[in-house]
Design a protein around this ligand. Structure first.
Ligand SMILES: [Zn+2]
Length: 309
């Protein structure tokens, strides 16, 4: 078996109120759809550990880490950070396990236990900056996995692909001008988090804005004409994916029109590249995706492509 599916019970108890779109039910529908898909006998499952404080501090400031830790609310209460981002009593622990699952995934692929990994965990991470939580994100899971891979496995280059509809501003901030990292994404613009646009040709950030209502063919063009040539140049030793599924046509969070077949196509391209440069090593971590049906179908399509089933 070449693909591992990771989740953890703490991902289901972090919640930010009944009206918040990032609800634990997102993970329930993913696991239900995966069970129904018939893929489970062909993939393995992993039970992650918690990220340690020093794993988190490779990415985040200790002041920020301590500010979350000291503001953990009592049971039944929330600590309010912004309109999208609140901690309940369990959030801090859930965030440590979400970050730990990426580290667990990195170990699983570098030990050759599996080729690739999908982490179905919450809270997500790509908006979290080095010194602040925002956009439902607390710790930048993919950045913590990346820094761990550099330190533990002494690699010199990796790539981060982000196909969430929103700009991965936290990941961009953390790795801006770190030439060991190539980040490739598309994102709806103008849209949350309203980041300043960079000239991708002058940085290690191949993050391409797209207009609302752009067709899937535009996204495929960005993958083929921008991402893939940059990845060929960069030759990453592992590819990490911030896998958000809110650019789906049925997801009202964004105004793009991707379908499961587009997510499968993008994943197939990433798998091909990983086989050329990274011995197949991919760690993919859930970010957004809020329509239960399209999210669960898209994750299954993504995993089917990762597992080549
Ligand atoms: Zn998103």
């Amino acid at each position: 078996m070449e693909t591992m599916y990771i989740t953890h019970p703490t991902s289901f108890i972090h919640e930010m109120g009944s009206f918040h779109p990032d609800t634990p039910r997102r993970l329930d529908v993913i696991s239900d759809q995966l069970l129904m898909s018939g893929l489970m006998p062909f993939i393995t499952t992993g039970y992650p550990f918690k990220a340690l404080k020093h794993d988190v501090l490779r990415v985040h400031t200790s002041d920020y880490f301590n500010s979350l830790l000291t503001n953990i609310p009592e049971q039944g209460k929330y600590y309010f950070i912004d309109n999208d981002t609140m901690m309940n009593h369990y959030t801090f622990n859930s965030a440590l396990y979400a970050a730990g699952s990426g580290i667990f995934g990195v170990n699983a692929v570098f030990s050759n236990y599996v080729k690739n990994v999908f982490c179905s965990v919450r809270p997500p991470g790509h908006h979290a900056c080095s010194n602040k939580a925002m956009g439902s994100c607390f710790f930048n899971n993919i950045a913590i996995a990346a820094k761990y891979a550099f330190e533990q496995y002494k690699i010199s280059k990796l790539a981060i692909i982000d196909f969430d509809v929103h700009h991965g501003n936290g990941t961009e901030e953390i790795f801006f001008n770190d030439d060991r990292v190539l980040m490739c994404s598309f994102f709806q613009h103008p849209f949350y988090p309203y980041s300043k646009l960079l000239n991708y040709k002058k940085t290690n950030m191949c993050n391409i804005p797209v207009d609302a209502y752009s067709k899937p063919s535009k996204i495929r063009e960005i993958v083929s004409e921008y991402w893939i040539p940059e990845i060929h140049k960069h030759k990453p030793e592992i590819i990490l994916i911030s896998a958000g599924f809110d650019a789906h046509r049925e997801d009202d969070m964004g105004q793009l029109f991707l379908t499961e077949s587009d997510y499968a196509w993008i994943t197939d391209k990433i798998v091909d590249l990983s086989e050329q440069y990274s011995e197949g090593r991919i760690v993919s971590m859930l970010e957004g995706g809020y329509n239960f049906s399209s999210l669960s179908r898209s994750v299954v399509a993504h995993i089917r492509s990762l597992a080549k089933l």
